[in-house]
Ligand binder design. Sequence first.
Ligand SMILES: *Cc1c(COP(=O)(O)O)cnc(C)c1O
Length: 459
Amino acid sequence: MTYQNYSLKQLQQIDAAHHLHPFTDHKELREAGSRIISHANGPFIYDSEGAEILDGMAGLWCVNIGYGRDELAEAAYAQMKELPYYNSFFKCSTPTPVLLSKKLAEIAPKHVNQVFYGSSGSEANDTALRLVRHYWVLEGKPEKNRIISRKMAYHGSTVAGTSLGGMDAMHKQLGGAVPNIVHVMMPYAYELALPGESDHDFGLRAAKAVEDAILEAGADKVAAFIGEPVMGAGGVKIPPASYWPEVQRICRKYDVLLMLDEVITGYGRTGEWFAAQTLGIEPDTITTAKALTSGYQPLSALLVGDRITSTLVEKGGEFNHGYTYSGHPVACAVALKNLEIIEKEGLVERVRNDTGPYFAKALQERIAGHDLVGEVRSIGLMGAIEIVKDKATKERFLPSGSAAVIVRDHAIANGMMLRATGDTMILSPPLIWTRDTIDMACERIAKALDLAKADLRKR
Ligand SMILES: *Cc1c(COP(=O)(O)O)cnc(C)c1O
């Protein structure tokens, strides 16, 4: 590798001088220097200090089959030699996206049978936004173009992704969002349920916010509702069981399309191929990316339901949208191999029947009781730990988010990569984790919590 001519120290200096990073305060980064991850294997990553770190985030919610998979490298190599690139515009196609589309139609919910490719989740959501609006134009209802989303939703970082998303800090820097997108409350019982309100009732109330937004605009003005089945970057917010069935009922009642963003939950994370299957949702579009290739290549797939595609086909006319790398042959070859490995190793079933339940139990038994922990929750292999000053009152440490960063830094120093978002620690391990790996993670997290508690007491 060419980087091996440089010391990691030199790489850090060059990084600070020339490389602008995503979601980063560059003043802080230059003072601290970046953590350079130079190699990885199985569930472990290795950093510029030479430390071995258990990767509790699967990269960034994506490396579901773990690192160091030769078969994926070989699939990419073979495809690059045979056909590194050709476009899928102008009635052309190449074999790997064709075969990947067939595979995706097989594992997706029954009524979802078509795929539109991009290179990132953000791009796929841009496609989804255009597609649902185009659908209503084709149906003769061009004014039915409003999209309802949720506060704190994350749908990517392009202009369309940011507009669909509900992150205030991102909107502040946008200088004007894509018009006609509104954001309603999120289904986050831990903070938003009223005193004495059951989870069930709270879920119905959060769903009612969707209905209120439809009624406010008028159903003939609302194209679709978009949501992550479980909000990921917003803090692994698992909605009450009453939420999604009610949202679905409301969407059907007012003939509003249902768009699911499964960029995190897709490809096994919740114990089914898609969270739509875990939660019993029948969406019109499913945005996927990240774990589609386990992060070994950038690739997104917008899965499109039959209702939309039949209109596209029947009414005809060009859908004026697409990317140079839509259906990239190398990325699709890697995705095919990745899905084959997930299947061969039974990783989805393992999450559903073994590691998912074990992970939930381990968080409950070994983390939930800690003084700094207000709540733990998980679904499949995604989990959250709420950091609080007072368990009973749910009071947080101030300034907001500061305690979680202390926990995170101790965790990383103790060989455990996890993420802090606001006051919530989030986990999204590779699906190859075993019970032993989960035990190791819990041990390291508990230790980080102890060390953080000591720090916070001193403060
Ligand atoms: C990561 C993510 C995206 C954006 O994907 P990119 O590949 O970063 O563009 C969109 N939606 C959700 C739910 C995500 O987690």
